[in-house]
Ligand binder design. Structure first.
Ligand SMILES: Cc1ncc(COP(=O)(O)O)c(C=O)c1O
Length: 293
């Protein structure tokens, strides 16, 4: 990869902000999916642009044709996370490739956010060669476990990458971050084993949950959604909290909702998965109690 095709900045969050900055036009539109990473909207509105969302179908499929139909002369940019977070759905190379070609005919760039790509089947990096409107966003915050160093990057055509460097802060990335990033790249086996063990644990945990009367939404990221098949999740939520698990959950008390499209329940549990979580004794004890009920 030619370094001139890569733009580094302080986390992929900052890359998103500067990419939007580059393509912004007052009161024009950016199209993305709902749900998706909330900062797409925050930065769109920061630059006085509207974010337009495409929702999921009931079967949790994201119909890209629906997105194409939304494009008009006010559209400046499309942002897609692949896999998307928090639902974890994934579009393969073939689908992204044809989508890119359609966008290219309309002169629309696609920012493809691959924050969680190491937990998914494959990247779309190889599509860059034949798609000048494709920009791939990556981060060291997820499978590399280094959110604190604040390092992300965009890969894409040199002309645009050069323009991004022109609008960047003077000293965006510290030496410490660069050293840490270099260390990670030289030791990429750590990332590889972490990611593959996370995928193993995630898939296995989903099977265990299904066998113990949970509805489960598996994903291509490092988190899954689970819900007691016959009850309202309050028992599992309480047991997980008592056992000091960190997780996201829908709570009537705080008004937080954790939903998945096409399902009325508002208190799903979203659990982050790492290597061997499927063997965690206290988690397995909690899960098995759901079957005994
Ligand atoms: C899909 C997605 N993209 C980008 C980010 C931003 O990550 P960072 O700024 O830490 O690189 C996140 C963080 O949660 C995310 O979920």
């Amino acid at each position: 990869m030619n370094p001139k095709n890569i733009y580094f900045d302080s986390g992929s969050d900052c890359c998103i902000k500067n990419f939007i900055h580059l393509f912004y036009k007052n009161k024009h539109n950016i199209i993305s999916t709902k749900p998706s990473f909330p900062m797409y909207k925050v930065y769109s509105e920061f630059y006085n642009m509207n974010i337009q969302y495409i929702g999921y179908k009931k079967n949790l499929d994201m119909d890209l044709n629906k997105l194409v139909k939304k494009i008009n002369n006010k559209t400046r940019l499309v942002i897609l996370a692949n896999p998307n977070s928090p639902l974890g759905d994934f579009k393969d190379k073939k689908e992204i490739n044809s989508f890119c070609k359609i966008l290219n005919k309309k002169k629309i760039p696609l920012l493809l956010d691959e924050a969680y790509i190491d937990f998914a089947p494959h990247s779309c990096l190889s599509l860059l060669k034949n798609n000048p409107n494709l920009f791939i966003l990556r981060t060291f915050s997820k499978s590399w476990g280094a959110a604190g160093i604040r390092l992300g990057y965009i890969v894409g055509n040199q002309e645009v990458i050069k323009k991004l460097y022109n609008i960047q802060l003077t000293y965006p990335i510290s030496n410490i971050t660069l050293k840490f990033g270099n260390y990670l790249l030289k030791n990429s086996h750590i990332n590889k084993s972490y990611s593959s063990n996370t995928i193993l644990a995630r898939n296995n945990l989903c099977e265990i949950l299904k066998k113990n009367n949970y509805d489960v939404l598996n994903s291509h990221t490092n988190s899954i959604h689970m819900h007691e098949k016959n009850n309202n999740n309050s028992r599992t939520t309480r047991l997980l909290l008592d056992a000091k698990f960190a997780f996201k959950y829908g709570s009537k008390l705080t008004g937080t909702m954790v939903k998945i499209p096409g399902d009325n329940r508002t208190n799903w549990i979203r659990l982050s998965v790492g290597p061997n979580l499927d063997k965690n004794k206290s988690l397995l004890k909690i899960i098995k109690k759901n079957k005994d009920k």
